[in-house]
Design a protein around this ligand. Structure first.
Ligand code: AKB
Length: 314
């Protein structure tokens, strides 16, 4: 029987790209997009869409039953910067929605669940370079606390109730189809839009604040890769470290400038820089590479080239 997939958060940065790949792989009618807000036209026009507020558990259950959903990709989250403005709402959104999905899997309604974690689950005393899979985790943001807690709950539901839940810790994600919102790594997407529009960008991180990043095609490859791996290969049920490349704003700006010589970056550093300084600069993802054969395709140069090419077409 073909899997029926529900993507929660389909209008967001990851969802927009993930839906299209899943529809290619599983067939348009087998992949239901859902979000509280309408997605882009190519998602609306290529398959089913259901408006869902993930905090409305009854509505979620109704859609799961209506389409006989077997897999949920739960991508809804309040990210790091917005979470600091609305701590209680961020915690509620991030945790309550995870429990709803985990409980549906526990009750036998779902065969598999995907839920992303993040570099935000690490904190200021975590060793920052080549951060190990197992190390100190002391997140200092509401988002990070919800991600670390969520990881532990995923592991608990797997061990205690046999729930097949899978997760990776995304670095900052860069893509051109949909902009992220409310994150600390968002500058690395916005800089491309502003460079092409105005030849300038005012960055909220310091020029030398290094963060791990990844181009969206690799993030999608990892996401579907871990979901399609044989269950026995997915040995870590908290969340896997994932890595591609790292850079600071100055390095990225220099790369863009080599393509757009009139581009200039300036800096107006805010509290997001403190968040970034509490996160790893690079990640050791050897467990993902060993357990389920993860490998990335894009390096920094390939990402910059592809971003500029695609955004220039708009
Ligand atoms: C954020 O910046 O909050 C996110 C993340 C690193 O998870 N992009």
């Amino acid at each position: 029987m073909t899997d029926k997939i529900l993507v929660l958060g389909a209008s967001g940065q990851i969802g927009t790209d993930l839906i299209m790949q899943l529809r290619l792989d599983y067939g348009n009618d087998n992949v239901v997009a859902s979000d509280i807000k309408k997605p882009v036209d190519f998602i609306l026009n290529s398959g089913p869409f259901e408006e869902i507020n993930v905090l409305d558990e009854n509505r979620l259950l109704e859609v799961v039953k209506k389409y006989k959903i077997t897999q949920v990709y739960h991508l809804v989250a309040m990210l790091s910067a917005t979470g600091e403005k609305f701590p209680a709402a961020g915690w509620k959104l991030n945790m309550d929605s995870l429990f709803s999905v985990l409980n549906m899997a526990k009750d036998g309604l779902l065969k598999k669940v995907y839920w992303p974690s993040s570099i935000a689950s690490f904190g200021p005393t975590t060793p920052r370079t080549n951060t190990a899979q197992y190390t100190i985790m002391d997140p200092g943001t509401v988002y990070g606390i919800s991600k670390l807690s969520g990881e532990l709950w995923c592991d608990y539901y797997h061990k205690k109730y046999g729930v097949d839940v899978r997760s990776v810790r995304y670095p900052g994600l860069i893509s051109y189809k949909t902009q992220p919102g409310g994150g600390t790594t968002d500058y690395a997407v916005d800089i491309f839009h502003q460079a092409l529009k105005t030849n300038s960008y005012e960055c909220f991180l310091a020029e030398n604040t290094v963060l791990p990043m990844m181009y969206m095609p690799d993030a999608i490859k990892a996401t579907i890769g871990i979901m399609e791996a044989p269950s026995e290969d997915v040995k870590i049920r908290t969340s896997y470290n994932l890595s591609a490349f790292s850079f600071d704003p100055k390095t990225l700006a220099d790369k863009i400038k080599s393509q757009l010589p009139n581009f200039n970056i300036s800096y107006a550093i805010d509290s997001r820089n403190d968040i970034a300084l509490s996160w790893p600069q690079s990640m050791d993802d050897s467990r993902a590479r060993k357990d389920w054969a993860w490998q990335h395709d894009y390096d920094l140069d390939a990402m910059v080239k592809d971003m500029l090419e695609n955004l220039s077409k708009e």
